[in-house]
Design a protein around this ligand. Structure first.
Ligand code: HEM
Ligand SMILES: *[C@@H]1O[C@H](CO)[C@@H](O)[C@H](O)[C@H]1NC(C)=O
Ligand SMILES: *[C@@H]1O[C@H](CO)[C@@H](O)[C@H](O)[C@H]1NC(C)=O
Length: 511
């Protein structure tokens, strides 16, 4: 008996300790947001969150209001759903809210890449220099030439190219934009290695297509990989693909190409100088491929499909394309030179800009997450302050919080190509909630320090693709009555959404 008691007590203590670790005893303090731990210890709402993030968060918002704390797999996440209060998170100092910790873990799991502390600064610097401003002029040109190689390589040839071809619209758009973006950033084959320019171009077309095929396999596994819930067989496949990409994109191979973008060369060079082992640099290349090519293609699909399903939008965009071409004295005609679409021309397309913004409002849905580094107070737009605990996480999901809010965007589920246009044709930036003007009225790129550094380049890619499609091709849905596919609910939180299924279309060169 005397022996049993201490054992029982020890057991009880460890059970209580376990329950404590599982978060069973966490109680809301008076100045904290409402807390909802879910019904399953430790896991909390992990399953609901993963199953359909948007539907789940909408439900929570209805239940708890503008701010609430929920338990997900052992972590407490405080979601803020009032867009007027977003600024307090986005602008908070890094000593309190840090983005790196969370990203680091994810990147290690998904890409096998271990971040260095200098990574983010370096990425910002390289992106500012090469994906914005003057750097963007060069990138736009490279993108254009590679798009032409992929889309127009048999223009003027006589092998019946005016015949209709059929493809899935999602597959077609993603494929073309992925490959052109990849070639423009990671460089293309040299004529010297291949014997002639024509052979080099053919090589680029073939091997980028192969890369895309493998990328799509990884792409499909990605959400479950990120949540660490892949079954063993898929896990092995993900492991195989990862190795294949490290190899296909290795520094050694990349350096044999030409016209590699400054964005890639500069970051590689710096990492080599910093003593990063080469195998780790190869993994970083894969990370950059993912970040740069996973979102734009799907966005191009949605944009093109919305235009096809909304004839007034298509007509307005087409009118703008024709106007811009005319103003630069260019014309698409049989035997004529390929049109040259510069960065300057892409600055004169307010209608297309609005259509792009509207597409992203409807289909780009990142979750923004920050780790709380010290106990802090969050001030909401209505003046209320909430205490947030160190070790928790703070998160935003702008898709339900603002992009789909009917007060901010009336009839939010509808595609309105001119939603982001003023009456006078200028860019509209005035959107209101509770009578107050919103700074964050759509957030496809995230915000603050982690805002997508490729956003200007991505916007250009979208516009270039649409420009070429409208100028050089006739295209239509195989079944014009077919509805726009739904959104695949598995990918909320990761960027541009993908459709539940593809939709067939046919296309042919106009000349
Ligand atoms: C429609 C296309 C795109 C969308 C919707 C998109 C969206 C995003 C979002 C939401 C983030 C995370 C922001 C956050 O966590 O706060 C992000 C990060 C990033 N994006 Fe994009 N992106 C797109 C295209 C691109 C392109 C074309 C590039 C490069 C050429 C690029 C490079 C990156 C990089 C490197 C990061 C990581 C930034 C960091 O670690 O701070 N993205 N993007
Ligand atoms: C490679 O890309 C550049 C633009 O960056 C382009 O001028 C060149 O024609 C391309 N070469 C091949 C072989 O496709
Ligand atoms: C691509 O690289 C080749 C060889 O380095 C160079 O001659 C050519 O000007 C480059 N093209 C572009 C568009 O930068």
């Amino acid at each position: 008996m005397s022996l049993l008691l201490p054992i029982l007590l020890a057991l009880l203590a460890s059970v209580l300790g376990g329950l404590y670790m599982l978060g069973m005893f966490r109680k809301r303090k008076s100045n904290e947001p409402p807390i909802d731990k879910g019904t399953i210890p430790w896991l909390g709402y992990a399953l609901d969150f993963r199953k359909n993030t948007a539907a789940f968060l909408k439900r929570m918002q209805k239940k708890h209001g503008d701010i609430f704390t929920i338990q997900i797999a052992g972590y407490y996440f405080t979601f803020i759903t009032d867009p007027l209060s977003f600024g307090s998170i986005v602008k908070e100092s890094r000593t309190k809210l840090d983005f790196e910790q969370f990203a680091m873990e994810l990147v290690a799991r998904v890409f096998g890449y271990h971040t260095q502390t200098s990574d983010h600064k370096l990425l910002e610097k390289a992106s500012t220099k090469h994906l914005m401003g003057d750097g963007l002029v060069v990138m736009t040109q490279a993108m254009m030439e590679n798009l032409q190689n992929l889309m127009l390589h048999n223009i003027g040839s006589r092998d019946g190219e005016k015949k209709w071809q059929q493809d899935g619209l999602f597959h077609y758009s993603y494929n073309i934009v992925f490959r052109a973006g990849y070639l423009a950033l990671f460089g293309n084959e040299t004529a010297k290695n291949q014997g002639s320019l024509e052979k080099a171009k053919k090589f680029d077309r073939d091997h980028s297509d192969e890369l895309f095929g493998e990328f799509r396999k990884y792409d499909k596994l990605f959400p479950r990989l990120a949540y660490a819930v892949l079954p063993p067989k898929d896990k092995m496949e993900a492991e195989r693909l990862k190795r294949l990409f490290w190899n296909m994109l290795s520094v050694k191979r990349t350096l044999q190409k030409e016209n590699i973008s400054g964005w890639i060369t500069e970051q590689s060079q710096y990492k080599a100088e910093n003593g990063m082992p080469e195998y780790m640099q190869d993994r970083f290349m894969f990370l950059l491929l993912w970040a740069s090519q996973g979102n734009t293609g799907p966005a191009c699909f949605w944009l093109l499909l919305y235009l096809m399903k909304h004839p007034d939008a298509m007509e307005a965009v087409r009118g703008e394309v024709e106007k811009v071409l005319k103003e630069t004295g260019q014309q698409v005609k049989p035997g004529g030179p390929l049109i040259n679409l510069t960065r300057d021309m892409l600055l004169k397309t307010p209608i297309m800009d609005s259509a792009v913004e509207e597409t992203l409002r409807l289909t780009a849905a990142p979750v923004l997450i920050r780790a709380v580094k010290e106990d802090m107070n969050l001030k909401m737009s209505n003046g209320r302050e909430y205490a947030i605990r160190k070790g928790d996480r703070v998160a935003l999901f702008p898709y339900t919080a603002v992009q789909m809010d009917q007060e901010v965007h009336p009839e939010p589920e509808k595609f309105k190509y001119n939603r982001f246009l003023n009456e006078d044709g200028t860019k509209k930036t005035d959107f209101f909630k509770n009578g107050q003007r919103l700074k964050f009225f759509t957030m496809p790129w995230g915000a603050g320090t982690t805002i997508c550094p490729g956003r200007f380049f991505a916007t250009n890619e979208l516009k270039q693709f649409i420009f070429l499609m409208l100028s050089y091709f006739e295209f239509e849905l195989v079944n014009p009555k077919e509805e726009i596919p739904g959104i695949d609910q598995n990918r909320w939180g990761f960027g541009t959404m993908q459709p539940t299924h593809d939709i067939q279309f046919k296309y042919r060169l106009r000349y």
